[in-house]
Write a protein that binds this ligand. Structure first.
Ligand SMILES: Nc1ncnc2c1ncn2[C@@H]1O[C@H](COP(=O)(O)OP(=O)(O)O)[C@@H](O)[C@H]1O
Ligand SMILES: [Mg+2]
Length: 243
């Protein structure tokens, strides 16, 4: 289960600056990768104890690290824990997972949300255990469609075929019906830019998602801006329960 260094087979996808930030990358430090293994372990235990499978990776604001967290969590659960993972790019406003994994975004979630029956959504096979559903081409009301019954159908179908369904989302503050989307999944993790995100925004996000649904808070970039925080090490990453 333990894995250090680069992940064979997918390492080639991550070059340049990505090689330092994405756990499949060749220049990721063991301490950095270890933080994601801790987060994955927390989810693994929550699955064992409570059967959770579908998880929103959320944050109050843009640029807090949702996409990076979702990516590294998906890689860790698939490569280190050997679980079948579907990673969904639901940030229809600013999709980016197709850039991270360097795959086309010709069709994806938003196409499926327009009409689930008409066409199958294209899935990108990143590695034997990691599948990506890119965002696709957004429609006129991309954010509204995330709280539609079709989104629920996508998630319900996905949990039938995968061990984990991880959903990268737009900032909670920009989601008109964050509570409806949150109600479709088993849990949410809230990514917080340590020392930057105002507490009031974080509390608001927790209330919108539903306090019971928030499994934990990921303190991202710990040490990069606020070294007084109690946890998170080295490369600026940590997670904790409670808020
Ligand atoms: N812990 C971190 N260490 C280094 N770079 C980070 C870290 N967290 C986020 N970043 C970088 O900051 C930028 C914003 O992060 P991203 O995951 O795209 O945020 P979001 O999806 O919440 O908008 C990206 O370039 C990302 O690679
Ligand atoms: Mg993002």
């Amino acid at each position: 289960m333990e894995q250090t260094g680069a992940m064979p087979g997918i390492v080639d996808r991550f070059s340049g600056v990505q090689a330092e930030k994405i756990v499949g990358g060749s220049r990721v430090s063991p301490a950095y990768a270890e933080q994601y293994r801790k987060l994955a372990a927390a989810l693994h235990h929550a699955q064992r104890d409570r059967g959770i499978k579908s998880v929103l990776v959320a944050s109050a604001l843009a640029g807090e690290g949702k996409t990076l967290t979702a990516t590294n969590l998906a890689l860790t659960l698939s490569e280190s824990y050997m679980r079948r993972v579907l990673l969904i790019d639901a940030d229809l406003r600013r999709p980016s997972l197709h850039h991270v994994f360097q795959v086309p975004n010709a069709s994806g979630l938003s196409d499926g949300l327009r009409d689930l029956t008409e066409r199958k959504m294209t899935l990108a096979q990143i590695s034997p255990l990691l599948t990506l559903l890119t965002a696709g081409k957004p429609d006129a009301d991309p954010m509204g469609s995330l709280s539609s019954t079709r989104m629920r159908q996508v998630i319900d179908d996905a949990v039938e075929s995968f061990d984990w369904v991880l959903i990268d989302t737009p900032p909670v503050g920009l989601l008109p019906d964050a509570n409806l989307l949150a109600a479709m999944v088993d849990a949410a993790v809230l990514v917080v830019y340590a020392g930057r995100t105002p507490t009031a925004d974080m509390q608001k996000a927790i209330n919108l998602l539903g306090r019971d649904r928030v499994l934990g808070v990921v303190l991202n970039r710990v040490g990069q801006h606020d070294r007084r925080r109690g946890y998170g090490y080295g490369d600026g990453y940590g997670y904790g329960y409670g808020y």
